[in-house]
Design a protein around this ligand. Structure first.
Ligand code: TNX
Length: 464
């Protein structure tokens, strides 16, 4: 039997009762749940019955994402502030296995935004593959999936009225090194959104602008500065393409794209990129963002951008996503001081596409090597001078896909560092400890192996 606290992310409070335990009998033990929780109950994979020994309930004295799990010899009670709190409690139950140690877990997240990002532009992943990724993320209580839908190489979302975006730039050979093809139709995107929503995951769509747009210019040369045809690019350079700030056609295009994405995105955010605009003159960058940053608000969404956007005037509800390695950035501290919230994604702690060490066959190393311990052993509130706990909306672990070719590759870089970042984002800082984490993580090796889930057998962990 596992110990009650053998869960990732580590719960806020764990009180074991050593004598007691409850054993789930597959096919025998039933779950009782009110109608509002029947969808959540289904994730336990047990039958529903009014007198089930596992009781799910709502408790409005708890915060929406908080839950309380009580395990006694006679039964189990799981209460959450809202269905999502119960759902996170279900993830805890599933990690504990079938012989549940007795006691009480009271748990709630440190940050409201616990994110992962998948880059569909450099290498496309299908709707089915994205859904499988959602299944993996929710086990660690990640509640946002940021989809990087467009970049220099490819454009991965259907936009009615601009068919060449996906016909040309979602076509054969549009991934890095000629991988591909692929794009999501709006129906497929909506299917992913709905699947994620059933698991309390919010999709955050990103249309990267004004840089990272070579795929736009390949499809529509009339949007370039001189109207001349542009060659497709499948290398991994950045910073060479830009939408043209001084032309009205640019904003008609951007407006249509953001309106389309907003219409199929129930979540509150639209990410407009804004990173690495090395070929956009600073005045043009400002002109472009002054026009584009307010657009998501007109469609009822808050705008998110990579931290370069903090150099211009931001809407009040704009969110800045910090990705730099040391040293920190003054503009982000100024944005925080004026009330903007920050998503913390420092590349040297959260970029899942960094190699673990010099021997890692996949990934990049521009931000250094990212061991499991480095992904775990840091405090978001201590990372950025002037960006304290109140300014932080949450933490996200991006996975760029230049070197990825398969779901196995995604998992190799994601596991086991995503669980580390998930604990950074969920668990109270003062309860976190690398030694405890690596011991809890060791138990996942046999589970991933049994489930056919590829992962990196990091030598930092004494795998069971
Ligand atoms: C930087 S970080 C990028 C991406 C690359 C990534 C590779 C950021 C906002 N932009 O264009 O894919 O590095 O690690």
């Amino acid at each position: 039997m596992q110990r009650l606290g053998d869960v990732i992310p580590r719960p806020a409070s764990v009180r074991p009762v050593t004598a007691a335990s409850f054993t789930i009998i597959p096919g025998g033990t039933a779950v009782s749940a009110p109608p509002a929780l029947e969808g959540v109950a289904a994730h336990l994979g047990l039958p529903l019955a009014p007198d089930g020994a596992i009781t799910l309930a709502l408790d409005d004295s708890l915060a929406a994402e908080a839950y309380r799990l009580e395990i006694a010899a006679t039964g189990v009670t799981l209460a959450g502030g809202a269905p999502q709190g119960v759902f996170w409690g279900v993830q805890t139950l599933r990690q504990l296995g079938t012989v549940l140690p007795g006691g009480v877990i009271e748990d709630r997240p440190r940050y409201a935004f616990r994110g992962a990002m998948l880059d569909l532009a450099r290498h496309f992943f299908t709707a089915a593959e994205i859904k499988a990724h959602v299944d993996l993320l929710v086990q660690f209580k990640i509640n946002h999936l940021h989809l990087h839908l467009t970049d220099d190489q490819g454009w991965r979302l259907e936009i009615p009225g601009w068919p060449r975006l996906t016909e040309v730039s979602g076509g054969a050979g549009t991934g890095v090194d000629g991988a591909g093809p692929g794009f999501l139709t709006l129906a497929e995107y909506s299917d992913v959104v709905a699947y994620a929503a059933e698991r309390f995951v919010t999709i955050v769509p990103e249309i990267d602008m004004p840089g990272h747009v070579n795929a736009v210019h390949v499809a529509y040369p009339e949007l370039t500065a001189d109207g001349q045809p542009v060659a497709p690019r499948t290398d991994a350079e950045v910073g060479y393409s830009s939408l043209v700030a001084g032309r009205e056609e640019t904003y008609a295009f951007v407006e249509t794209v953001l309106k389309t994405v907003a219409a199929v995105t129930p979540g509150p955010y639209l990410h407009i990129g804004g990173d690495e605009c090395l070929s956009t003159p600073p005045e043009d960058y400002r002109t472009f963002l002054d026009r584009v940053l307010p657009i998501p608000g007109r469609f009822g969404k808050s705008v998110i951008g990579w931290h370069e956007i903090a150099t211009v005037d931001l809407p009040e509800d704009a969110i800045v996503q910090y990705w730099r390695i040391e040293p920190a950035d003054d503009a982000v501290a100024r944005a925080a001081a004026s009330g903007r919230r920050v998503i913390v994604s420092p590349a040297d702690r959260t970029y899942l596409d960094m190699k673990y060490d010099a021997d890692t066959p996949l990934g990049l190393d521009w931000a250094g090597h990212l061991s499991v311990e480095r992904a775990y052993d840091w405090d978001p509130a201590q990372r950025l001078p002037g960006v304290g706990e109140e300014a932080i909306l949450g933490v996200e672990a991006p996975l760029w896909s230049e070197t990825l070719r398969s779901v196995d590759d995604v998992r190799y870089l994601t596991l086991p560092r995503l669980p580390a970042v998930a604990e950074v984002a969920w668990s109270p800082q003062d309860g976190r400890d690398w030694q405890s984490f690596r011991e809890r993580l060791a138990a996942f090796g046999p589970r991933w192996t049994a489930g056919g889930i590829n992962f990196h057998r990091s030598p930092e962990i004494d795998w069971h």
